[in-house]
Design a protein around this ligand. Structure first.
Ligand code: ATP
Ligand code: MG
Length: 438
């Protein structure tokens, strides 16, 4: 209880003093009881939304139709939701009706897993646990509330959440719950909701557990048919993708890039004698990943980052590359992506198993050189030059056309040999000599 912020206590107290029931529910009691700091604080109460609003000065509308009021208190926002019962989910998306109820147990019964169906009153020191959530928490088990198949039919997103919690909590999934999965039903769920759960799964403490479960249950290919070719040709590709996810830093972009980076291998695989080649797989993988990320409604910026990483992950990490070549590589990939690209390469090497010490050492050296370049004069693309196309045209008396681009390319190569050359008078001087040679 010492982990509960004073503001959350205040909200509970004010509701209870006004004669209402008030409990912590959802992730908060679960995380408190397993000794982890909760992400957010959800309170359930029998007070109606208008009664909640009357008790607090600052509130925001969060989802009043569904009974949720956001209470702003100090630095915290606490979501206060009226106890609900839910009706049939005839479309598998949202309940046909939501009804408020004074019955806490009815509210807990609509929740997905027993570990998420606990209610804690830290003031009265009372734990309400009608579905033996504490038992499952002690056994580190994700188990559906009620009949698994029926609950998954009601809301197929719960199938993904089943594996998401296995990843974020590092818990096992109960066998009987897993048997209730009917993977095809997931196609009824919107790309956005799938995206958010998959991202949480990838960012979890044990993503391998979650990803293997997705694969075993058929959910992975139901969501991303692009993976079918992996099972048909070489399941070891999947093993490597999972190992790369485990090795890479936990940002959403990096985890997604790691998980999709070798997807193109399945369709480019060629056996030549005792060697297997995957010619141009990063280009094919880039196309496949583009389709997936678009279906899942990722933002443009997110897609651009992940796709760039996949597209260039086969770059030559040769620590003896010339400075000019290194600059061009940074320019091609983008200075904003290059460090992440090196991280993907590092995880790729580690995820290959028996990481080669030499390859990692070379990568560290490469990394240092890239950082030095990023800290110095930033000339990575033609756009970074101290002159632009219009100035070149005016200076040389050229009409608009491909020749201007060719001149800029030439100038760019000259400047990358020594970035101190990136000053207007030096470049114009270079152009003067260049013109004389023509
Ligand atoms: P996290 O700490 O990752 O936020 P959480 O348990 O708080 O985990 P949320 O997705 O924020 O997860 O949901 C809050 C609570 O609402 C859950 O603990 C669960 O009780 C309930 N819940 C959320 N989504 C569903 C669902 N699709 N079906 C049934 N209950 C759900
Ligand atoms: Mg939550």
């Amino acid at each position: 209880c010492r982990r509960i912020p004073a503001e959350v206590f205040t909200v509970l107290q004010r509701l209870q003093s006004a004669g209402y029931q008030a409990y912590l529910v959802g992730g908060a009691p679960r995380d408190l009881l397993r000794g982890h700091p909760p992400q957010d604080w959800d309170i359930a109460t029998d007070a109606r939304p208008e009664q909640v609003k009357a008790l607090f000065d600052r509130t925001v509308a969060v989802g009043e139709k569904f009974g949720t009021v956001g209470v702003l208190i100090g630095e915290q926002q606490v979501e206060v939701t009226t106890f609900r019962r839910e009706g049939e989910y005839s479309d598998g998306r949202r309940p046909d009706w939501v009804a408020f109820t004074p019955d806490l147990v009815a509210d807990l019964a609509r929740r997905d897993f027993t570990i998420n169906a606990l209610a804690l009153d830290p003031i009265g020191r009372r734990l309400v646990d009608p579905f033996r959530g504490l038992w499952a928490l002690k056994r580190r088990l994700v188990k559906a509330v009620g009949d698994p198949a029926a609950r998954f039919q009601e809301d197929p997103l719960r199938m993904l959440r089943f594996y998401r919690f296995q990843s974020t909590l590092g818990f096992r999934g109960e066998t009987a719950t897993e048997q209730g999965i009917e993977a095809e039903a997931i196609t009824r769920i919107s790309g956005k909701r799938i995206r958010d759960e998959l991202t949480k799964l990838l960012l979890g403490a044990d993503p391998a557990r979650g990803l293997k479960g997705l694969a075993r249950s058929g959910l992975l290919t139901a969501i991303m048919p692009e993976f079918k070719a992996v099972w048909a040709t070489d399941p070891a590709i999947f093993t490597h993708l999972v190992a790369t996810v485990e090795a890479i830093k936990p940002t959403a972009e990096l985890r997604w890039a790691a998980f999709l980076h070798d997807l193109g291998k399945a369709t480019t695989r060629q056996v030549e004698g005792d060697r297997i080649r995957y010619f141009g797989h990063e280009k094919v993988g880039h196309e496949l990943a583009a389709g997936i990320l678009e279906r899942l409604r990722f933002s443009n910026a997110f897609r651009q980052k992940v796709l760039t990483l996949i597209r260039w992950h086969m770059f030559q990490a040769d620590p003896w590359l010339t400075d000019a070549a290194l600059r061009r590589l940074v320019g091609k990939v983008g200075p904003e992506h290059i460090i992440d690209l090196l991280e993907l390469r590092r995880a790729d090497i580690v995820g290959t198993g028996g990481p080669s010490a030499r390859a990692l050492e070379n990568l560290v050296r490469f990394h240092r050189r890239v950082q030095a370049l990023l800290a110095g004069e930033r000339v990575f693309t033609r756009k970074d030059l101290a002159v632009n196309g219009r100035e070149v045209m005016a200076f040389l008396g050229l009409p608009p056309g491909p020749q201007v681009g060719a001149v800029l390319d030439d100038v760019f190569h000259w400047v990358t040999e020594d970035p101190a050359r990136n000053r207007k008078e030096l470049i114009l001087d270079y152009l003067r000599k260049w013109r004389a040679k023509q």
